[in-house]
Design a binder for this molecule. Structure first.
Ligand code: FBP
Length: 278
């Protein structure tokens, strides 16, 4: 089994994954603040910034990404080759369900053999009535990922009735809930776990105490100022985290390059947010 540190989705042990599966998860509403972000080609271009170690796409956009790269190749235009992480499951905001569930649209085989994925991702809603089904699907994903020697990133988002109806928990971002989700990444055999930011650096530190050295990345969340966002990322790194998987805080900006420059310094050079913004 290959160590994730040898995978191209990490650099010096850390990662900045540009997530662009929002058209599935939230719908076009996420593109409204920056209409050009609805065009995948725009986001593919953004992903070529040197800070980005992988772009996370659903199957259809992954196919489009490969076509786009081929076109660029033929035109002999110089372009980056940002590694592809195929998100294997996803769900829309349109579905009416009794509890959270994220069906699988792509196999590891298709992702690797047909799309040339360098990594795969899977969302797990532990705490949902459908947790058992997702565990079963994840087991297959994890074992196939081992066969193909690609790392598997677990979007670990505990939510649903088991969380909502438990009086001990204060929702999805309760530090105990986030830490539990992170621990599941270790228990279920992920190579990296992506967690919601619980709000405080100390909370991320506690999370790290429970993952046995598993790579952890912070999930971006809704758009905030450069300063606030960099502070959250920097706190995650200081607390032992390995970077970021981010969507809206990048593609909802008119020109995300400046923030990406700063993120590169914070994630890969351990710069302070203040120095990174200079
Ligand atoms: P953001 O940085 O925009 O929060 O994206 C991270 C992400 O995990 C995406 O991959 C996904 O589309 C979205 O968040 C799902 O968020 P949620 O399920 O909380 O609405």
């Amino acid at each position: 089994m290959k160590d994730i540190s040898d995978s191209p989705i990490t650099r010096n042990g850390n990662s900045l994954i540009l997530a662009y599966d929002h058209g599935t998860e939230h719908g076009p509403v996420d593109f409204q603040p920056m209409p050009k972000s609805a065009d995948p080609k725009h986001v593919f271009e953004v992903a070529q910034h040197s800070a980005v170690t992988a772009i996370a796409l659903q199957k259809g956009n992954a196919e489009y990404y490969r076509q786009w790269q081929k076109k660029y190749d033929e035109d002999v235009i110089e372009y980056g080759d940002t590694p592809l992480l195929v998100k294997l499951n996803g769900n829309s905001n349109l579905a009416k369900r009794d509890d959270y569930y994220s069906p699988k649209q792509c196999t590891v085989k298709y992702a690797v053999e047909e799309l040339g994925a360098e990594a795969v991702g899977y969302t797990m809603y532990a705490g949902s009535l459908h947790e058992d089904e997702m565990w079963k699907e994840f087991r297959e994903v994890q074992e196939q990922a081992r066969e193909y020697d690609v790392p598997v990133v677990l979007w670990s988002y505990p939510r649903g009735k088991g969380i909502e109806e438990n009086p001990d928990y204060r929702g999805q971002k309760d530090p105990e809930v986030v830490a539990y989700g992170a621990r599941l990444g270790l228990e279920l055999g992920a190579d990296m776990v992506k967690c919601k930011y619980p709000g405080e650096k100390e909370d991320w530190q506690k999370l790290e105490e429970n993952v046995g050295g598993l790579k952890t990345v912070m999930s971006g969340g809704s758009k905030r100022s450069d300063k606030t966002f960099l502070r959250d990322v920097s706190d995650t790194i200081d607390a032992g985290g390995n970077g970021l998987a981010v969507g809206r805080n990048i593609f909802q900006r008119e020109d995300p390059n400046e923030l990406l420059d700063s993120l590169e310094k914070v994630i890969f050079e351990q710069a302070s947010p203040e120095d990174a913004l200079k």
